[in-house]
Design a protein around this ligand. Structure first.
Ligand code: ADP
Ligand code: MG
Length: 515
C-alpha cells in the first residue's frame, strides 16, 4: 500500500493574473495529522479547495491513494474519501443535527423516507467513537459554535471520509474546546483517518501535528516533521524574515492623566455585579494593559467607555477623560473628543463588508474638512488618502486596490484597515483596543503592535484589553489584572519592563491574579 495517501505535484491556481498557488508539490502520509501554516493570503484555503474539488487547478496533478484524479466538484472528492470543513460553517439552523448531517445525500430510492431512527443511531456511534458527543435531535440553531463544528465534522465522517481537511478549525473555539478538539483529532488518527489542518497558531502546530508545510505568497516553502521544527523557525519561514515575537520599545514617557476610571460599579439587568469598584488611570504616552480571562467585566468596561452602557441608574462612580466626565455621552460625542475604539468584534462593529476599503477607511470621519470639497465629499482626496493608508499599513490588496470590498480581504488585512482608520485621526488622544489581534496572523500582529507603539510614542494614551498574556506583556507599560469586575493587582512600569527576569515567570504571576 502506498504510504502517501495524497500526492500533489506542480499545482498552480491563478485568479486573474494573480497566482494564489504556484508550483506546489506536497505528499501527505496516510494516518498522519498534517498542518498547513502560513500568513493570511498565503494560499492555504485555495490549495485545499483544489484538493476538495471546489476549484480546478490551472496546472499540476493530484493523486489519491496512488490514483490520478481530476475532481470537478466536491461530490467527486467525497467519493474518493475526501471531506472538508470550511472556515465558515454551512449548517442550517432550523434543522436538527441529524437532518444537517444527511442533508444533500438523502437516500435516492424514489420517494423513500429517510430512516431517521437509523441515521440517529449511526450518528451516535460515530460521535462516541471520536469524542464528538452530540444530541442528534437538537436544533442546530441552539448549539454553541464548538458543537456546530462537531456537526460539520460528523457530516464529513458520515460520508465515510478517510481524509479530513479542516480549515482554521480552532479560530472559533475556546481554549477548553480546543483541548477537547485535539482529543478528537487524536482519536481520528487512531481510527486510521488522515487529517489536514490549516492554522496560523504555531503552538497548535507543535502540539498536534506530525508534519507541517509552510506556505508563503502562494508557494510552498517547506514540509518538515513537526518534531524537527520550533516556533521561531516556523514563524521565520511564514513571513520570510525573523519575527520579533516581542515588540521592541523604549521605556514610555507618561505625560499626564488622560483617562481616569474612578470606583465604577455596574449591576446588569439581572442585578448581578459586573464591575465592582473598578479604578485605574491611563496616562498620555503609555500603554495600560488590562489582563484577564474574558467574562470578568471586559465587555461592560468597553461598553461604558464607548457610551453604550446607557443605564445610568445601574452605574456608580465616575469616568473622566482629560478631566471631564464621559458618563452619559453618546458614542459619537465620545469619538469627537478624540477617543478611538478598535472593538473586539470587528465584523460587527468596525467595518461594513460590502463597502470598499476606501469607504471603510473614513467611516465616522466623513464630516472632517480634509474629505470635503465645495460640492460635498471629495472623492479624489479619499482615493489618494486610501492609497496612502494602504501603503503605510501594508494592506495586501488585490488588483482593485482601494476599490476592493473590505469583505474580500483576509482577517489580518481587514484589521489593518480598521487600525489605520482609528489610529490616523488628527485629534486622537486615547486609543482603546479590544483583542486587537485575535485570529490574525503573525506578520499582521507584529505590524499592528508596532503601530500601537508608534502611537504611544507620539503621546497618545493607549488602553489595551486582551486575553492574550503574550500581547499584554509585549505592549504594556503598566498592567492591571482584571478579576471579577475590579483590578485585583497592578504591576508597575518597572516590573513590566524587567519582565520579572523572565516573561514566563511574569506570566505565571499575572495568572495568579486573574484566576
Ligand atoms: P489563505 O487561506 O492562506 O489565507 P487564500 O487561499 O484564501 O489564502 O487566498 C490566497 C490569495 O488568493 C489571497 O490573496 C486571496 O485574496 C486570493 N483569492 C482567494 N480566493 C479568491 C477568489 N475566489 N478570487 C480572487 N482572489 C482570490
Ligand atoms: Mg484561508
Amino acid at each position: 500500500m502506498n504510504e502517501n495517501i495524497i500526492e500533489l505535484e506542480g499545482i498552480a491556481k491563478k485568479f486573474g493574473s494573480f497566482y494564489a498557488n504556484k508550483n506546489i508539490s506536497l505528499q501527505i502520509r496516510r494516518g498522519s495529522i498534517h498542518a498547513i501554516v502560513g500568513e493570511n493570503g498565503a494560499g492555504k484555503s485555495t490549495l485545499m479547495n483544489i484538493l476538495y474539488g471546489m476549484y480546478e487547478p490551472d496546472a499540476g496533478t493530484i493523486k489519491v491513494c496512488g490514483e490520478m484524479v481530476n475532481f470537478t466538484s466536491p461530490t467527486h472528492a467525497i467519493r474518493h474519501g475526501i471531506g472538508m470543513v470550511h472556515q465558515h460553517f454551512m449548517l442550517i439552523p432550523t434543522l436538527s443535527v441529524a437532518e444537517n448531517i444527511v442533508l444533500g445525500q438523502e437516500p435516492t430510492e424514489h420517494g423513500v423516507q429517510i430512516p431517521f431512527r437509523e441515521v440517529e443511531s449511526q450518528i451516535k456511534v460515530l460521535a462516541k467513537q471520536f469524542g464528538l458527543e452530540i444530541e442528534p435531535t437538537a436544533k442546530v440553531g441552539t448549539l454553541s459554535v464548538g458543537l456546530e463544528q462537531r456537526v460539520e465534522i460528523l457530516k464529513v465522517l458520515y460520508r465515510k471520509a478517510d481524509i479530513l481537511i479542516l480549515d482554521e478549525p480552532t479560530a472559533v473555539l475556546t481554549p477548553l474546546e480546543i483541548q477537547q478538539f485535539f482529543g478528537t483529532l487524536r482519536s481520528l488518527r487512531e481510527g486510521g483517518k488522515t487529517i489536514i489542518i490549516i492554522t496560523h497558531k504555531l503552538e497548535e502546530v507543535l502540539a498536534i501535528s506530525d508534519s507541517v508545510s509552510v506556505m508563503r505568497q502562494g508557494q510552498l516553502i517547506a514540509t518538515l516533521p513537526t518534531a524537527e521544527t520550533d516556533k521561531a523557525m516556523l514563524a521565520k519561514m511564514m513571513v520570510g524574515r525573523d519575527v520579533l515575537l516581542r515588540v521592541e520599545k523604549t521605556p514610555s514617557e507618561p505625560n499626564g492623566t488622560i483617562l481616569s476610571v474612578q470606583s465604577i460599579s455596574y449591576k446588569n439587568a439581572k442585578g448581578i455585579s459586573v464591575l465592582e469598584n473598578l479604578s485605574f488611570e491611563v496616562q498620555a504616552g503609555e500603554v495600560y494593559g488590562i489582563a484577564g480571562v474574558e467574562g470578568n467585566g471586559q465587555s461592560a468596561l468597553l461598553s461604558l467607555l464607548w457610551g453604550l452602557l446607557d443605564e445610568p441608574h445601574r452605574i456608580s462612580g465616575e469616568v473622566l477623560f482629560c478631566g471631564k466626565s464621559l458618563l452619559g455621552k453618546s458614542p459619537r460625542e465620545i469619538a469627537r473628543l478624540g477617543i478611538s475604539h478598535i472593538p473586539e468584534d470587528r465584523h460587527k462593529h468596525a467595518m461594513i463588508k460590502a463597502f470598499s476599503i476606501a469607504e471603510n477607511l473614513v467611516f465616522g470621519r466623513q464630516h472632517e474638512r480634509e474629505f470635503l470639497s465645495a460640492v460635498g465629499f471629495n472623492t479624489k482626496k479619499l482615493a489618494s488618502y486610501a492609497a496612502e493608508m494602504i501603503r503605510a499599513f501594508d494592506v495586501r490588496v488585490g488588483e482593485k486596490q482601494a476599490a476592493e470590498k473590505i469583505g474580500n480581504l483576509s482577517g489580518g488585512n481587514q484589521q489593518k484597515v480598521v487600525v489605520a482608520r482609528e489610529i490616523n485621526r488628527p485629534e486622537l488622544k486615547l486609543l482603546i483596543l479590544a483583542q486587537p489581534t485575535r485570529g490574525i496572523d503573525i506578520g499582521a500582529i507584529e505590524f499592528i503592535h508596532q503601530k500601537v507603539i508608534e502611537a504611544r510614542d507620539k503621546g497618545i494614551a493607549v488602553l489595551l484589553i486582551s486575553a492574550e498574556l503574550e500581547e499584554i506583556l509585549s505592549l504594556s507599560d503598566r498592567i492591571g489584572c482584571l478579576f471579577k469586575g475590579k483590578i485585583s493587582h497592578e504591576f508597575s512600569r518597572e516590573a513590566v519592563l524587567q519582565g520579572r527576569k523572565s516573561p514566563e515567570n511574569f506570566e505565571k504571576e499575572i495568572g495568579y491574579y486573574i484566576t
